[in-house]
Structure formats: structure tokens, C-alpha cells
Design a protein around this ligand. Structure first.
Ligand SMILES: [Ca+2]
Ligand SMILES: [Ca+2]
Ligand SMILES: [Ca+2]
Length: 326
């Protein structure tokens, strides 16, 4: 059986606006009528407007890198076929996209690398995108400073054209980024530290990402010591003021209600093992410290005639069988 081949006719049209020319070939079966000229002109005018658009929002690629090289007006084979996108990464509809993912767009032919704009209209924050082409001009890579978490990102290609100036139709797709729970990246003392001084009065927790600084609380299990207060040093670092620690004692500092800035709860497993910071103090190797005296250190207006007693306070119980004041 021979294949039935239908004859086609083609209508080639050119529209120029002084800076740009658009050439479009419309083919249609012999038995059909071509698109009415008025409708075709409208469609091409819209395409020409896209080519001329300089993209005042979002990343704009170097306008000097290319020229409007339309096909030759007289004679010779010329490219009148619009370029197409043959693939994107992330793909349309892809989920759980890594927050450092590079967007890669592959075209079916070499493109004018001086044109075009990739926009991410649903992303509110600045992405600081940087774009680069492969040597053939068929693959565009866009890196950003980091996608927002758990977000649907819409992407749009606007103003792209092939080497002959044939515009790419506006191309849109979307993907969803991963939600990443925060973890405690490090702490001081660290999980499992032992032999520490009981003089610890500050615990520092460093999270893996900026946190919701209005959420979260810490406490010592069994109230064996006191949390005097917490303060965020920066968005990801929490200082915990503590007191009342004793020597040769194990402590468990529990963390509750901490979430990142998109509401993902803290994953306490990776660093803390069980979601709580465990550490232990060791034997007393700290020399006693004077915490107060009367008259006080450096006091200038002491009436020596009236001072009969000098009082010195230490920070711990002392061996009272040794020591003398002179
Ligand atoms: Ca082409
Ligand atoms: Ca997160
Ligand atoms: Ca632990």
C-alpha cells in the first residue's frame, strides 16, 4: 500500500519594524484556504513586539551579544522556522526540586544568545540569576542564589529568537521546590560533650538555616538547672543563658517548637540524635573565684578608720581549714 501524500502550499510572510524582521511560513493543505491576511498580520505583529521587547523585569541577557540577523531578502536558503524548546530541567510539573537546582533549557537549534529573558514571576524574593549558554547556543543554564522552599516556581521564556531572528513562542512551565526541615548544625557544648565545667552559663545552638525567631523554647529535662533566657544572635543562631549547673552531672536540654521560616519543624535527629542536646559536666577542676567583696575591688572612698571587717565572697564552697588573708 502506498502512503497517501497530501500536497501542501506555503505562505511566507515578512514583517519589519525598522529594528526587527519576522518571517513566518504558514503551510496548509492544498484544499484549505490560508489564514486571512488580517489575522496573520495580527499574529506576526504580536511576535514582532516580543522580539523587540527589552525585558525590563527579571534577568536580561546581554543585548550586545547578538544582532538582528534576519534571513537574506533575495535568494539562497534561509531559516524561516521558529525555534522550539525540546526540554527543560527541572521538567514541567517536577516536584521536590533541590533548592540549588540550575534551570537548563534546551532548544532544537542554535539561538541568538544576545536575546531573551527568563522570568520567575511567582518568586517574590531576589534570585540573583546568572545565565550562560553552551558553545552551540542550544542550551541555556540559569543559576540562582537559591529557590524558596516548598514553593511552586513558574518559569517563562520571553524574547528568545534563533540566529535568523525567528522568535520563540513564549514558553512557560512550572515546578515545585523541596521543603527542607532545619537541623541543629552545631552547638556549644556539642552533643555528647562530657567533662565540662559547671561554670557554663551560655549554650549556643546554630541551626542549618534562618529560623522563625518567634517560635521555639528550650528547657532542662527534670529541671536540674535553669534556663534564664534565650536570644537570637542572628536568624540562625540561638544563645541560651543558663545557671545552676553542678559538677559531675548529666544534662539534657530539650528543644521544642522550633521551625524554619517556611514553617518546617526542626529535625532533631541528624545532630542531636534525639532532638535534645545532651552533655555532662566533669569533676571540679575550676579554681574558686571571688565574686564579691566589701569594700569592693578598687573602691576609693574607704574610711579606713571605720573598716573593721573585710568580707570576701567565693563562687563555691571552700575548704575552710586553709587560706589566710594578709
Ligand atoms: Ca529556525
Ligand atoms: Ca528549611
Ligand atoms: Ca541528644
Amino acid at each position: 500500500m502506498g502512503a497517501v501524500r497530501e500536497k501542501n502550499r506555503a505562505l511566507v510572510s515578512r514583517f519589519c519594524d525598522g529594528r526587527h524582521c519576522v518571517v513566518e511560513r504558514t503551510s496548509f493543505p492544498m484544499h484549505e484556504r490560508p489564514l486571512p491576511t488580517s489575522r496573520l498580520a495580527l499574529a506576526l505583529a504580536a511576535a514582532a513586539a516580543l522580539v523587540a521587547c527589552d525585558g525590563s523585569e527579571g534577568p536580561v541577557f546581554d543585548e550586545d551579544a547578538g544582532t538582528d540577523a534576519g534571513p537574506a531578502l533575495d535568494g539562497g536558503p534561509s531559516d524561516v522556522v521558529a525555534p522550539r524548546v525540546v526540554g527543560t530541567s527541572p521538567a514541567d510539573g517536577e516536584e521536590d526540586v533541590a533548592l540549588d537546582a540550575t534551570v537548563v533549557v534546551t532548544f532544537d537549534e542554535p539561538m541568538d544568545t544576545g536575546r531573551g529573558e527568563v522570568r520567575f514571576p511567582t518568586v517574590a524574593r531576589a534570585l540573583a540569576p546568572s545565565a550562560s549558554w553552551n558553545a552551540e547556543g542550544t542550551e541555556l543554564r540559569v543559576s540562582v542564589a537559591g529557590w524558596p522552599e516548598g514553593a511552586t516556581v513558574s518559569a517563562a521564556l520571553e524574547g528568545f529568537a534563533d540566529l535568523a531572528g525567528n522568535p520563540l513562542r513564549v514558553y512557560r512551565w512550572s515546578f515545585t521546590t523541596a521543603a527542607v526541615p532545619p537541623i541543629v548544625a552545631s552547638s556549644s557544648p556539642a552533643e555528647g560533650d562530657a567533662g565540662l565545667s559547671a561554670r557554663i552559663d551560655t549554650i549556643e545552638l546554630v541551626f542549618s538555616e534562618p529560623m522563625d525567631n518567634t517560635a521555639g523554647s528550650v528547657a532542662f529535662a527534670d529541671d536540674v538547672a535553669t534556663v534564664d533566657g534565650i536570644a537570637w544572635v542572628d536568624g540562625a543562631t540561638l544563645r541560651v543563658d543558663v545557671s545552676g549547673l553542678a559538677y559531675e552531672t548529666s544534662y539534657t536540654l530539650t528543644l521544642d517548637g522550633f521551625v524554619d521560616r517556611t514553617g518546617n519543624p526542626l529535625d532533631g535527629e541528624p545532630t542531636l540524635g534525639d532532638g535534645a542536646l545532651d552533655f555532662a559536666t566533669g569533676v571540679d577542676e575550676d579554681g574558686p573565684r571571688v565574686t564579691d567583696a566589701d569594700p569592693s575591688e578598687g573602691q576609693l572612698d574607704v574610711d579606713t578608720a571605720r573598716v573593721e571587717t573585710i568580707t570576701v565572697l567565693f563562687d563555691e564552697d571552700m575548704d575552710t581549714s586553709v587560706g589566710a588573708g594578709r
